[in-house]
Design a binder for this molecule. Structure first.
Ligand SMILES: [Cu+2]
Length: 147
């Protein structure tokens, strides 16, 4: 009985600390959607601003989407990242700068997004050089103008 009480107490303490630390981290959650208002094939947030060490979670609310960092659209030293279709994705951002990404099958349908880490815009010129196509072209330039 004593052991059980101890076990429950320890579990409770871990749970408490776990929830405290997750409340402190400024993590972002973005949904991958077929529809949001009048838009189709979108990330629920197109631009998120975070601090290095923060994590972004992309939720596969509707199926058929993923997250792929755009070649040349991430800060120097960042490895390529491409998540699996229909699955939630998670990435911890440790290098400051601008990250451009798209959904592989919908990259010309406007399904693009940006993460700005530590408000660092060192690679803004590279971001401006990305060749977006279709509907993404206008959306990208409008978003980039707000950086
Ligand atoms: Cu998509």
């Amino acid at each position: 009985m004593k052991n059980l009480t101890k076990h429950i107490l320890i579990t409770a303490i871990f749970f408490l600390f776990g929830s405290l630390s997750s409340a402190n981290a400024a993590d972002e959650t973005i949904e991958m959607l077929n529809k949001q208002g009048k838009e189709s094939m979108v990330y629920s947030k197109k631009v998120v601003r975070i601090k290095s060490g923060d994590t972004v979670n992309w939720i596969a609310t509707t199926k058929g989407h993923n997250v792929e960092f755009i070649k040349g659209g991430v800060p120097e030293g960042v490895e390529k990242f491409k998540s699996k279709f229909n699955k939630d994705a998670q990435y911890k951002f440790t290098i400051p700068g601008i990250y451009a990404y798209w959904c592989t099958p919908h990259k010309s349908m406007g399904m693009i997004g940006f993460v700005i880490v530590d408000d660092n815009k060192t690679n803004l010129d590279e971001i401006k050089k990305i060749r977006f196509s279709g509907k993404s072209k206008k959306i990208a330039s409008e978003l980039i103008n707000t950086f």
